[in-house]
Design a protein around this ligand. Sequence first.
Ligand SMILES: Cc1cc2nc3c(=O)[nH]c(=O)nc-3n(C[C@H](O)[C@H](O)[C@H](O)COP(=O)(O)OP(=O)(O)OC[C@H]3O[C@@H](n4cnc5c(N)ncnc54)[C@H](O)[C@@H]3O)c2cc1C
Length: 403
Amino acid sequence: MPKRYDAAVIGGGASGIVAAIAAARRGRTVILLERMPRLGKKILITGGGRCNLANENLDPALYTSRAPALVARVFARFGHLPIRLFFKDIGLETVSEGGRVFPATNQAASVLKVLELEIARLAIPVVLNFDVVRIDAPRESFAVHAADGRGVESKSVILTGGGKSYPALGSNGSGYRLAAPFGHDLVLPVPSAVPLLVKDRLCHLLQGQKVRARVSALIDGAVRQAAEGDVLFTVYGLSGTAVLDVSESLSVALHRESGRSLAVSLDLVPFMKAEALAAEFARRLRSGWSAADLLSGILPEKFHLLAADILSGMKVSDHGAAAAALASGLKDKRFPVQGTRGWNEAEFTTGGIDAREVDIATLESRFRKRLHLAGEILDVQGGRGGYNLAWAWASGHVAGESV
Ligand SMILES: Cc1cc2nc3c(=O)[nH]c(=O)nc-3n(C[C@H](O)[C@H](O)[C@H](O)COP(=O)(O)OP(=O)(O)OC[C@H]3O[C@@H](n4cnc5c(N)ncnc54)[C@H](O)[C@@H]3O)c2cc1C
């Protein structure tokens, strides 16, 4: 007779690992099932290999979800301090940089290492290359089936299969398909924290150039999100941290709504006010600088292409008008947005299983007793800055404590 576990956790990412630990600490027999050849592959690449594992300010208002009460409840139970204590307890020292929490080692590998040590200490069985394709729940218990015919029986299931971003690391959206037969609905998942497709010869000409800029996402002309940081011009459009930070609203509008006019506006000289910039250009023109040199010392040399674009057809001899046009063109350079890059380049998923369909205290499915959902699989997303891993650990912990 095969062993029946108290809980089977499907998905050995951030959320599933913590869920398994929390359940095992309560004395539950728990098994962790992962479709990849190792646990936590995505954890290793987070934060550029440094793993920005939480944020000191886990204000639920900073998350988008159809279930804000659920987000608030989960963080009320397992917020910034409990997350850091959890990690300290298993051996990870953490430091904060302007609110962003990182491992003191600066290495994402340290985060995964201490999690794996705790899994070993608790003797939690881990089954790798276990690609779950079906969950049967004919009576009280669950039978979890893998693609290769293996199966596991359990009294409860915690589904932490993640979203759709970076499918090569395991999260290929299969968790959504596993939840569907129980009646769970999807808020259409769209790629988020993702580079933008912009058809503009300037992006092509400036490809490889990286500047610090203020980026605004415009939907039907209104600013929806704004961020300051790196902007990278690429052959297909725009990338860089500030672009990723404003991509969510554009991606939602692109993929879920139709007929919207979408654009980004770049303030390429965020460190100077428009008037001061115009005055500086006027001074340069008066002193005889040629149009081709006007941006020198303000933006990288290649940006003279942009200055030439803005000034084309203008009389540069009219110093005041030329200086004002150049200043406003650089403070509000607009690019129409045609699309986003795909799931392979999206740091997280916006959308997922409708979070209103789980109990706010236990993350148990409202449709099936003892089926719990946690992590990125749910329609809960924060911005970049440690918010998404914080949600993964916190919701995983709450689900694990509830089985
Ligand atoms: C490049 C990058 C950088 C990031 N950096 C940060 C950061 O610094 N800070 C931050 O807060 N967030 C960051 N994120 C987001 C964060 O990594 C995710 O939100 C978080 O990992 C989600 O955790 P999860 O456990 O819900 O899902 P995942 O980490 O995606 O884990 C899901 C797991 O389930 C497994 N699985 C899926 N389907 C099945 C199945 N059918 N059977 C068995 N196993 C299955 C997958 O293989 C995977 O291991 C980053 C993401 C990326 C892609």
